[in-house]
Design a protein around this ligand. Structure first.
Ligand code: ADP
Length: 498
């Protein structure tokens, strides 16, 4: 059989540009798909971060230019080419749109022309691959920034011979981010007016690019099984639950995998020591190093709780804020790495001043430090309100850093609540002696439930033998991309089978 030709269209991917988990996914998935025999290429905007000299210097101008309609104008876009991990990557270059400090959002809000930037990108992808003469079987699009690609293929390009055999898959990484813009921006798309209806890309009078992706793509996926169900309900669907319910036969949950080349304690190049589940001594060194880095002073029996996160309401910082004083009265330390909403910057900065020995806070984006936190912490906290998949809890498992999570989305799918072995001999009868679970999980979205669960974990921590066993169980779990990538291939094949 001929290899399936796949184009991954994404607004971000490591090692080129990253704001969150999406970049990890689009960075890792292509190489695993390639390993499964697919022919994969990637396409994304040519941001300033990619142009800056560094590891990514093999990027060259292909000399190809495409003229992309945008409203009444035609915009010339240059196509650059590079690669990562043997996957060819194309970059659409138009500096007035993409040569900026941030990808989508400045500290004080979104770029005013995000609609224009990603309408241009979506249409640019289609024009570029025509000119590159790369005829994909599947265009796998990610998030609202690519939502219009399938819309164009089903409307303006529906009779284009070049795309006659091309199918689209659209993955929703977070339904709260929909790319909604006033109707006035619709004319920039060049789409027929008939597309701007409640059955199409209109959403309560606005244009909604995520909705476009959902409606016009052949298959829609999201990043965990549980989240694929949750988003069909009003609580999680952010208004699109009805659209998703109507599409439920074409909606699938595929759990994100983890790239263990980047995230495993055996070969982590950013940590002071390496270790594996058979010998955790390196982890103790990593803990010391982390405490030094954050200038914390903790007794050995006090667990370090790590947090690496966007500081946003979604991630549970409202319930955590209310619990912080109680937490700081416990025998624990806490290290926080994140950027996001100013109210949380201020809150954590203030608390860190108040508890300098126990709480360390760094308001920045720092991949190296993220690795040090995964390795050096004893527990990892993710009290999310909702979490499509979540990657850090899966990284944490590999580092023997026990996740404490709320039971939502991918957190619920990946973490099972710990049940200690029965301690009383009579209780043991008829039960397995083995503890079960790989972390700590609470249900109710409240600071009370959060605190109760943290206390449970903190109580077990001083029992070194039990804790080490739990860490070893966690470290041996496998969430590599193989299984998830195979699932994507199955979905691609389903679309390509006549
Ligand atoms: P989301 O995509 O919703 O932000 P995920 O858990 O899916 O959350 O992925 C977050 C990714 O971004 C992880 O790889 C995490 O390590 C990384 N990350 C988040 N904030 C920071 C930060 N401040 N510094 C370094 N890495 C970060």
């Amino acid at each position: 059989m001929k290899p399936i030709k796949i184009l991954i269209a994404t607004p971000e991917a490591i090692p080129f540009a990253k704001t969150g988990g999406l970049a990890d996914v689009t960075g890792a998935l292509p190489k695993v798909l390639k390993g499964l025999g697919c022919e994969v290429r990637l396409i994304m905007p040519f941001y300033r971060q990619i142009q800056e000299p560094g590891e990514k210097t093999d990027i060259k101008d292909t000399g190809i230019q495409v003229s992309v309609p945008l409203g009444f104008r035609e915009i010339d876009v240059s196509v650059f080419e590079g690669s990562a991990n043997g996957i060819p990557a194309y970059f659409l270059k138009r500096d007035e749109y993409y040569d900026r400090k941030y990808l989508y959002t400045m500290p004080d809000g979104d770029y005013f022309d995000n609609a224009e930037r990603f309408i241009l990108f979506s249409r640019g992808v289609i024009e570029a691959i025509k000119k590159l003469d790369f005829q994909p079987d599947i265009i796998h699009c990610h998030d609202w920034q690519t939502g219009l690609i399938s819309t164009y293929l089903k409307t303006i390009y529906k009779d284009a011979q070049f795309f006659a055999n091309t199918k689209t898959v659209f993955t929703i990484h977070n339904i709260a981010y929909q790319g909604q813009f006033p109707e006035s921006h619709f004319s920039l798309t060049g789409l027929p007016q008939g597309a701007f209806t409640p059955d199409g890309i209109e959403f309560w009078g606005n244009m909604n690019l995520l909705k476009a992706g959902i409606i016009f793509s052949d298959i829609v996926t999201t990043v965990s099984e549980k989240y694929s169900k949750e988003i069909q309900t009003p609580e999680f669907g952010y208004g699109l639950e009805g659209v998703l319910m109507a599409k439920k036969d074409k909606l699938f949950g595929v759990l994100n995998g983890v790239d263990y080349d980047d995230w495993s304690p055996e070969k982590d190049k950013f940590t002071i020591a390496n270790y594996d589940y058979k010998n955790l001594s390196g982890k103790a060194e990593c803990r010391k190093d982390l405490l030094r880095e954050y200038m914390l002073n903790l007794p050995d029996n006090a667990p370090v709780i790590g947090i690496i996160s966007r500081l946003a309401d979604q991630k549970g910082f409202d319930i955590l804020s209310q619990a912080m004083e109680d937490l700081m009265s416990m025998n624990i330390g806490m290290v926080v790495l994140g950027t996001g909403e100013k109210k949380y910057h201020d809150l954590f900065a203030e608390l860190a001043k108040k508890y300098p020995k126990k709480l360390g806070v760094k308001i920045t984006f720092d991949n190296k430090l993220a690795h040090k936190i995964e390795a050096g912490s004893d527990m990892f906290l993710m009290p999310s309100k909702y979490e499509p998949c979540g990657l850090n809890q899966i990284y944490s498992l590999k580092y023997g850093t026990i996740p404490i999570v709320r039971a939502t989305g991918g957190l619920d799918d990946t973490i099972q609540d710990y049940t200690p072995p029965p301690s009383h001999p009579l209780l043991k009868r008829g039960f397995s002696n083995e503890p079960t679970g790989n972390g700590f999980k609470f249900n109710e979205y409240s600071s009370h439930a959060l605190l109760t669960k943290i206390k449970e974990a903190v109580k077990i921590f001083p029992n070194k033998k039990e804790w080490e066993k739990l860490a070893q169980t966690a470290m041996q779990q496998d969430f590599s991309w193989q299984r998830s990538a195979k699932r994507y291939v199955e979905l691609y094949e389903r679309l390509l089978t006549p």
